[in-house]
Design a protein around this ligand. Structure first.
Ligand code: 13P
Length: 254
């Protein structure tokens, strides 16, 4: 059975003191996270070890790297590997966020390597996909996202794909305050699940968590997460405010 997931993406924000205060506030404000739910904090790389220690005693609560490089080790100055994050107790990594695709030219093929490397090291990849505004305006979002999935994920086996979390993040809704309507989110999530079902069968497709990301807030989370194919959210701005993110966690389906 797929999990309902609230994932915070702090991006490049917060000092260590602010990070610690926020993490303590969210963990303190969150009651038991149930077995069918997960809470994940994607924190800046220097805070991974601290965050991993802080969540260690909390059920179903995890830390994620915001990125990894798809080699085990070697002369790749400035990068971090899945092996390195694993060694400090981190079990998730965001892969292919639209900001990395845009500012660091990450291609679908390169992201396929990152996903593979995560799985090889037993790291759960949170694979991001989603279209920019011109694609949506010309109603090509379904085929655009389909290509992202095909080129980055569809070489995986049925066992492997079930380890992946997919995050649909329409670029026009990220940091803009402009959320996709819950119907728009559901429509794309159903499309993603139908693509998974066509490739791997309905049972496998039903086991894959598909998160929505893009201006999720306490005030809209319940409605978006309430849709049948939306299994929680990947949250940027609102995850930096403790009360907001605590409320977003509470909005997960139980
Ligand atoms: P916002 O929630 O700030 O729109 O960011 C979404 C996002 O990019 C999460 O990865």
């Amino acid at each position: 059975m797929r999990k309902q997931i609230a994932a915070a993406n702090w991006k490049m924000n917060l000092t260590i003191t602010e990070a610690e205060t926020l993490l303590d506030a969210v963990l303190g404000g969150t009651a038991e996270v149930s077995e069918n739910q997960k809470v994940v904090f994607a924190v800046p790389a220097p805070y991974l070890a601290l965050a991993a220690q802080k969540v260690a005693g909390k059920n179903n609560t995890f830390v994620a790297a915001q990125n990894i490089y798809p080699k085990k080790s070697g002369a790749f100055t400035g990068e971090i590997s899945a092996t390195i994050i694993k060694s400090i107790g981190v079990e998730h990594a965001v892969v292919g966020h639209s900001e990395r695709r845009e500012y660091f030219n990450e291609s679908n093929q390169f992201l396929a390597e990152k996903v593979k490397m995560c799985l090889q090291e037993n790291i759960v990849p949170i694979f991001c996909c989603g279209e920019a505004l011109p694609v949506r305006e010309t109603n090509q979002q379904n085929s655009f996202v389909q290509t992202q999935l095909q080129e980055s994920l569809f070489d995986l086996s049925a066992d492997e794909i079930q380890q992946v979390v997919i995050a649909y993040e329409p670029i026009w809704a990220i940091g803009t305050g402009k959320t996709a309507s819950s119907d728009q989110a559901q429509e794309m999530h159903a499309h993603i699940r139908s693509q998974l079902a066509a490739k791997y069968g309905a049972e496998v497709a039903n086991n894959v968590s598909i998160l929505y990301g893009g201006s999720v807030k306490a005030s809209n989370a319940k409605e978006i997460f309430g849709k049948p194919d939306v299994d929680g959210g990947l949250v940027g701005g609102a995850s930096l405010i403790a009360e907001e993110f605590v409320a977003i966690i509470k909005a997960l389906k139980s």
